[in-house]
Design a protein around this ligand. Structure first.
Ligand code: G4P
Length: 531
């Protein structure tokens, strides 16, 4: 029997959040390199490229140079098992990203030191803040001409509403970037450009009064020293509790492409990021060290391997010990599952996985048995909460060009809806299906996939609707009866979503406000949690 407490304690599960181009791919690759998970730099990028080549609908991704799909990587560092969940960078896919963020215990925010806080970082960070996810900050690209570090620190504090605690401080930048001073161990690590080193052998200068630093790094050293003296008086001390509550973020500087500052990021993750904690379910709170397995599907991805028409459900293990071949129950449907071909994501290959613990992500290939938000247990009726669905910001109608292929359209949309690639609404009065997305690009992907995977040419056209809200009514306000009355009165603008939750579709925010005013007992939700 494995030591559950030990296995949980040594797990770290996190995601990188950043604006496109800040260096997420580069840093991911370097983290894998430093942890020994891969020894050939370039394989993450190569994999990105290979995915383009193997999957047709990924063409869109290639054309636009963005990362649509996200995946999971596992590595070992020191005595820890680190799970890194990749998130799509483009804002049009933020809904998927949001859900990935529900499966992590910490986030690493990568900021391009020249650009500071960018829109996508801001949005993603809001999600982390809403969940009190602890955030580590890596300021990348110090080998370029960038913003002054004090300004960057100010900007992060102001824009993101967190207290920044600099763990390291840069000496110079761009061509005159000389390294970083580690404020906690009181030494400077000297920068050496190049992507071949795996660290540990860097030149180190001890202390703030080291004459060698003054001699070698002149003005830049002088300035960095002054800034650090300022910080010593002004910056707050690191407090683990404030960090764990998402109120303080440790900040580290470096240059991912030059392997500089990467080991420190891994060390910070291991030392500071929390191991898996308790997870709330409708029935009770589940502890990660409970002996029985439980987990939740937070992401579904289709056709990762185009040779197989399967889907992979990404399950975040919440408790217990998972073993390949064990019998699992899908609580929603009561169906049993005995996954024999569960995959893990060690290094860059899909590998068969034998066991997993709380915090780990397992991939279960299936043909639709598993849906987003599903809870898996050894038998207990548990439903984890907290997987968010957001009201779409763009609503389109969808029809099939060839009326004889209506069935295929429905089948395709059902599957794409279950994956979370798009939201599908069935009007209560009417036959034309509605699609909801948070970004325009989602429609293009769906159109492309409908054609290539389901042989359906879909016509996606503007709809009269711009705003969607899920509606409920509390029992004390009349419950089901009142909700029914509301639906009857608004039948022409009501629809069912993928899980048959009633949804109001209106043309304008102003209309929504009017409806809200007329129906004070009805609740209108911009977000629903899977339940
Ligand atoms: P992303 O996943 O966040 O979108 O960013 P990615 O790692 O792809 O990096 C974006 C660009 O920034 C890449 O250049 C990458 O080489 C560069 N970069 C990453 N880290 C550093 C760094 O520390 N310093 C400098 N100067 N550049 C860095 P690219 O030209 O867009 O791509 P490529 O030609 O290098 O592949």
């Amino acid at each position: 029997m494995p030591d559950l407490a030990l296995e949980v304690r040594r797990r770290r599960t996190f995601a990188i959040i950043s604006h496109p181009d800040a260096g997420k791919t580069t840093l991911t690759e370097k983290l894998l390199l430093f942890s020994g998970a891969i020894n050939i730099a370039g394989s993450v990028k190569a994999r990105k490229a290979a995915r383009h080549a193997t999957s047709d609908w990924m063409e869109i991704e290639k054309q636009r140079g963005i990362s649509v799909a996200s995946s999971v990587m596992q590595m070992e560092y020191r005595d820890c098992v680190i799970n890194l969940l990749d998130t799509p960078g483009h804002q049009d896919f933020s809904e998927d990203t949001y859900r990935v963020l529900t499966a992590v215990d910490a986030a690493l925010m990568v900021i391009d030191a020249a650009n500071g806080v960018e829109p996508q970082t801001r949005r993603l960070l809001q999600v982390c803040r809403a969940r009190n996810t602890p955030i580590l900050t890596f300021v990348n690209k110090m080998d370029r001409e960038v913003q002054a570090p004090l300004d960057l620190m100010d900007e992060i504090e102001r824009e993101l509403g967190m207290t920044v605690v600099p763990f390291t401080w840069p000496v110079g930048m761009g061509k005159l970037f000389h390294g970083v001073y580690d404020r906690r161990s009181d030494q400077m690590r000297v920068f050496d450009a190049g992507a071949d080193r795996v660290g540990g052998d860097e030149e180190v200068h001890a202390g703030l009064d080291n004459p060698e630093s003054v001699r070698r790094f002149g003005l830049e050293w002088q300035q960095a020293k002054e800034e650090m003296e300022l910080l010593a008086g002004a910056a707050p001390a690191f407090e683990a509790n404030a960090f764990l509550a998402g109120q303080q973020t440790p900040m580290l500087f470096g240059s991912a492409i030059n392997n500089f500052g990467v080991r420190e990021v891994l060390d910070a993750l291991v030392d500071l990021a929390p191991p898996p904690g308790p997870k709330p379910a409708l029935q009770r709170t589940v502890q990660p060290t409970e002996p029985k397995f439980s987990g939740v599907v937070f992401k579904i991805q289709a056709n990762m391997d185009p040779a197989h028409r399967d889907r992979i459900a990404f399950v975040r293990c919440a408790s217990g010990h998972f073993e390949r071949g064990m019998k699992l129950k899908v609580v929603r449907s009561g169906k049993e599952l005995r996954p024999n071909t569960v995959v893990s994501f060690l290094s860059q290959r899909r590998e068969l996985l034998d066991e997993a613990f709380a915090g780990d992500i397992i991939g279960i290939p299936n043909h639709g048995v598993l849906q987003l938000g599903d809870t898996l247990t050894e038998g207990e009726a548990l439903q984890f909460t907290g997987l968010p669905f957001f009201a779409p910001e763009i609503i389109r109608s969808v029809e099939v060009a060839d009326p004889l292929r209506g069935k295929q359209l429905k089948a395709g949309l059902t599957q794409l809806g279950e994956e979370g690639a798009i939201q599908v609404f069935r009007p209560m009065a009417g036959t034309v299906l509605m699609l909801g997305a948070v970004g325009q690009l989602q429609f293009e992907v769906v159109q492309h996939r409908l054609e290539s995977e389901y042989g359906v040419k879909a016509r996606i056209s503007p709809s009269p609707y711009q705003v969607a809200r899920w509606v409920t009514c509390a029992p004390e306000d009349g419950g089901e009866a009142e909700l029914k009355r509301f639906m009857q009165a608004n039948l022409h603008r009501m629809a069912w979503d993928a899980v048959d939750a009633p949804t109001l579709l209106v043309d304008h925010q102003a209309t929504l406000r009017a409806v809200e005013a007329n129906w004070p007992k009805i609740q209108f939700h911009a977000m629903r949690e899977h339940a």
